[in-house]
Write a protein that binds this ligand. Structure first.
Ligand code: SF4
Length: 370
């Protein structure tokens, strides 16, 4: 059995670590490229969600390389994620591929079923071994997110331009040569130390929060590397959703009925009281929360036709107005071109820079009068 899975940013590092600790042979799908997207666009229904199309491309590229088992997350709720796995399975079968698909549904109060499905992949490893591997892999996801977060902090401040990006690139090439949670964690820590040593200047940095649909927020291929692009424009970014956040809150705590959604629900309440699927409600809440944390702006990312984020998009201008925080929405699809995208990012950064300068000038005037 050679197991593969879809790509979503650095999530492959955690999945590789988990499966290797459980003694499973893993084939990490090739990174998402134009070809991946072309394959997905060719075989998926035209109006299917962009992540579904890219995942089809990931699977085809992995099956071509010899994978015979696909692990995919399942879902539920008002958006289309619930039937992703079934649609993908049928498309690949129609294309003549032979494979097994293991769908890991988010445990809705039935943790045992979730663990049993992982055991199935591992040839019946004990529940204790599976739980302990999940625990260690969660640790990897937290370490990995911390490394990326550090990169977002360093990039706009680095003296030698390109240092943070080149460290991350080198990490992603080296991680394929190490195995399991122990080795992977040690590599991440090594890169963390190296990232901390990058020489930086203490500059007045703009801060932008990224909200939106999880795949477009996490996978740099679809967001055309938004975190790096903003970093190069002198902006520190923060992503409201990361893999470790999703694992800890949406997977583990929700299954144990321990996910405390009060902060999100309270922040979104004046605008959106109900769950609308995906991360739509969180996009609204996190815009309010970013303002409270003194961020200078918010960018919402969503795939074309993403239902929960379209709801959030329609509310965002009001939230932006009420809380005096600039917000921009970027809709991504297979037609998104890099040049136009970059122009919009640059214009947004200019706008928030000017807004910040004007606020500072106004403050100075008031002080000089006083
Ligand atoms: S969250 Fe959006 S992109 Fe993701 S499955 Fe739902 S509708 Fe599609």
């Amino acid at each position: 059995m050679l197991v593969t899975f879809p790509h979503m940013g650095s999530a492959y590092v955690t999945l590789k670590a988990l499966l290797e600790d459980l003694g499973v042979d893993v084939l990490v799908p090739p990174p998402c490229t134009k070809r991946t997207l072309e394959l997905g666009t060719k075989y998926a229904p035209e109006l299917a969600c962009l992540p579904l199309k890219i995942n089809i491309g990931n699977y085809i590229e992995s099956l071509e390389k010899g994978a015979d088992t696909i692990v995919m997350a399942g879902g539920c709720g008002p958006c289309r994620f619930g039937y992703y796995a079934e649609v993908q399975r049928e498309i690949l079968k129609d294309l003549g591929y032979r494979f097994e698909m293991v769908v890991l549904e988010r445990p809705q109060g039935n943790v045992r079923d979730f663990i049993d499905r992982i055991s199935l992949l591992t040839g019946g490893k004990s529940i204790f071994r599976v739980i302990s591997a999940i625990k260690r892999a969660t640790g990897v996801s937290i370490e990995m997110d911390n490394l990326e977060r550090l990169g977002w902090e360093v990039r706009p401040r680095e003296i030698k331009k390109g240092s943070a990006s080149s460290l991350m690139k080198s990490f992603h090439s080296e991680v394929h040569g190490v195995k399991g949670t122990r080795e992977i964690n040690s590599l991440i820590r090594d890169y963390r130390r190296r990232m901390e040593q990058v020489e930086t200047a203490d500059e007045d940095i703009l801060k932008i929060g990224i909200v939106g649909e999880i795949y477009t927020v996490i996978e740099p291929f679809v967001s055309i590397g938004i975190a790096e692009k903003l970093g190069d424009l002198g902006v520190e970014v923060d992503k409201s959703i990361t893999l470790s956040y999703w694992i800890v809150n949406h997977l583990i705590k929700e299954a144990l009925h321990m996910h405390d959604k009060r902060e999100i629900e309270e922040a979104a309440k004046p605008y959106l009281k109900n769950f609308v699927g995906g991360h739509g409600q969180e996009s609204i809440a996190n815009t309010v929360i970013y303002k409270k944390k003194c961020y200078d702006g918010v960018i919402q990312l969503l795939p074309f036709t993403c239902m929960p984020e379209i709801v959030a998009q329609s509310i965002l201008p009001r939230v932006s107005h009420d809380h005096d925080i600039p917000a921009m929405t970027l809709v991504l699809d297979e037609m998104t071109g890099e040049a136009g995208y970059l122009t919009r990012l640059e214009a947004f950064v200019d706008l928030i820079k000017r807004k910040k300068e004007m606020a500072r000038d106004h403050e100075k005037k008031l002080l000089s009068r006083g």
